[in-house]
Design a protein around this ligand. Structure first.
Ligand code: GTP
Length: 597
């Protein structure tokens, strides 16, 4: 068959299990890139990914490898390793016939490894179980292979042993890819059918569309149609990632690459959509398209209201490369004009915030995140709300619904009691446990997403001393007894501090938020009152006593450096202050609603 020399595969791995290092080895061992260049240019090309050391976007690469006299074309499609980007994982899996299931020979199987491995198996991918980091002196290959057998139904005989860092077992790995991963199906003479599995925006070329050819042949000059939107474009350039973009004359069934077509707006290119020939379209688009929906929202406000337009521009730029991120203008009594932004999850939110700060010089205040809710009104209308400000009056609400997730933890067996307690406290419903070995267990719960984004990840890490991992999927919306709680600073309602809480925990949350506010807001010349209220009913109150003396007076005598430090710190803090009536409120205070016990 014409695709016999092609192999398309991805690497499934938990964060830090060595995916990027292994990918670098493929580039090196196949002579695609030299040792000297590898340091400067690896698959993790975004600065932010580098600084955080995690893969966020997929970076594909095509390498050529000769085995027994045949030259094979291997396409590696990298997958992100974080729950926020699960949708992208599933898209990249759909572009492959095989998956390297990479597990750290010391750390063993983790929650995301399990979740993604099952996604790959469900997708019919050939799994290549692989033990990485076998060079580690404290590696425990037999123990970890036991876990892989238990959790992932892996045959120990099939497990490859490699070290990406030391370059051990890479040749065997490449040979195994050729031998075990089936060549892609596909008919080069059939009407064009290609999967869009990713995209990015290039200032000069417009949107670069990442495709996996399923059927047919594409060439520059060809008129294509994106089936979901019906939009048509003429291909200007096609190519492969090696790993930089390299032009080619055509892409045929089974191949992986990109095209550009002067597409100005990334929102016109939907990941998961099907590309076909405009004149000779394929009968059926590819199945399984799902719109990635932002699930976590928070407000973003410029400290100086005259920077509103600059902020809009900066957000627009970010959106050029990330269509899953959304923003809409929002007005807050306390914070003025800003935007309500939607993110896939908490990591996505953090990434966007960091990029905004890196790319623009704006001083921003970010409000605490919340999930999106569904509200059924008395008049039967169902509305989706993205923040407390959008919640209709209590009297108009018939039913309040919140997103529910199925969450899996992979934890040391000794922590199971503590974790079950944490889940119950967070309105979780027990689903099941499964022992991987005597030491480690999978714990599955269903619980509100709101309870997950609140502080669960940090709690899990601290309870398990870093050994626990988690993964979740959204199940849908479910009715709950939720209320909007307002916070008043010196008698003024600060809508950016409002939260949506479960009625039974309102009082406790209210007290916590006020306590945190009391710590964050500096003393003023007058006493500042703080209140938490549901409608007109005050459920908690605190006061910040009036200021007595100058803060710097605390520094003794001539210690000027210490004074300078204090002033510098105050000046720094000032950058993120917001005036609420007569009261100055620092950025940290707006995150007070996130505070837990
Ligand atoms: P994400 O991008 O976050 O998913 O991480 P990753 O899976 O790409 O991991 P990466 O390749 O960045 O490696 C993580 C850490 O493990 C780095 O400090 C590597 O140096 C180290 N590492 C990777 N492979 C090996 C290996 O084979 N042996 C040893 N000893 N360390 C390794």
């Amino acid at each position: 068959t014409p695709t016999a020399i092609i192999r398309n595969f991805c690497i499934i791995a938990h964060i830090d299990h060595g995916k990027s290092t292994l990918a670098d080895q493929f580039l090196l061992k196949t002579g695609t890139i030299s040792e000297r260049d590898i340091k400067a240019q690896t698959l993790d090309s975004m600065d932010l990914e580098r600084s955080r050391g995690i893969t966020i976007r997929m970076h594909p690469v095509t390498v050529y490898y000769t085995l027994n006299g045949t030259r094979y074309e291997l396409n590696l499609i990298d997958t992100p390793g974080h729950v926020d980007f699960n949708y992208e994982v599933s898209r990249s899996l759909a572009a492959c016939e095989g998956a390297i299931l990479l597990v750290d020979a010391f750390q063993g199987v983790q929650a995301q490894t399990v979740a993604n491995a099952f996604l790959a198996m469900d997708g019919g991918l050939k799994i290549l179980p692989t033990l990485n980091k076998i060079d580690l002196p404290h590696a425990r290959p037999d123990f970890v292979i036991g876990e892989m057998e238990q959790a992932l139904m892996v045959d120990p005989e099939d497990v490859l042993r490699v070290s990406g860092k030391a370059g051990i077992g890479i040749e065997d790995m490449l040979a195994a890819i050729v031998e075990r991963v089936p060549p892609p199906p596909g008919d080069p003479t059939a009407p064009v059918k290609a999967l869009i599995y990713n995209s990015h925006f290039d200032t000069y070329k417009g949107v670069v569309v990442y495709i996996r050819m399923m059927d047919g042949l594409l060439k520059p000059g060809q008129r294509v149609k994106l089936m979901r939107t019906g939009r048509e474009y003429v291909i200007t350039e096609m190519g492969q990632f090696r790993p930089e973009m390299q032009k080619c004359d055509e892409l045929s069934a089974g191949q992986v690459g990109f095209f550009t077509a002067n597409i100005k707006n990334i929102e016109n290119v939907n990941i998961g959509d099907t590309v076909t020939d405009a004149a000779n379209p394929t009968a059926e688009p590819l199945a399984g398209y799902k719109e990635p929906k932002p699930m976590v929202y928070s407000g973003l406000f410029p400290v100086n209201n005259n920077e509103f337009e600059d902020l809009r521009e900066a957000l627009g730029k970010l959106k050029l490369n990330d269509s899953s991120f959304t923003f809409q203008p929002e007005v807050s009594d306390g914070l003025g004009f800003g935007f309500r932004c939607g993110f896939l999850g908490m990591l996505h939110r953090e990434i966007i915030q960091q990029r905004l700060e890196q790319d623009s010089n704006l001083n921003l205040v970010q409000t605490a995140p919340n999930v999106s809710f569904e509200i059924k009104k008395r008049d039967g209308e169902i509305v989706t709300v993205h923040g407390p400000q959008e919640v209709p009056d209590a009297g108009l609400i018939d039913e309040f619904r919140e997103p529910i997730v199925r969450i899996s933890f992979l934890i040391p067996a000794g922590n199971i009691g503590t974790l079950m307690g944490m889940c119950t406290e967070r309105r979780g419903t027990f689903v099941r446990t499964e022992y991987l070995s005597q030491q480690r267990v999978i714990l599955v719960y269903e619980m509100p997403l709101a309870e997950v984004i609140y502080d669960l990840y940090d709690k899990l890490k601290s309870v398990t001393h870093g050994y626990g991992t988690m993964d979740y999927e959204i199940l849908g919306f479910k009715s709950a007894d939720l209320v909007k709680m307002d916070i008043l600073v010196h008698g003024q309602k600060v809508d950016a501090l409002s939260v949506i809480v479960h009625r039974t925990s309102a009082e406790r949350r209210g007290r916590l938020i006020l306590k945190k506010l009391r710590e964050e807001i500096d003393r003023h010349l007058f006493e500042v009152s703080l209140q938490a209220a549901i409608g007109a009913r005050v459920v908690a109150r605190e006061n910040i006593a009036a200021m007595r003396k100058n803060v710097t007076a605390k520094c003794y005598g001539g210690d000027i450096t210490r004074k300078r430090k204090l002033w510098a710190k105050q000046a720094e803090g000032k950058k993120r202050m917001k005036q609420i009536g007569q009261v100055e409120v620092p950025q940290e205070a707006f995150l007070a609603v996130l505070e837990s016990e």
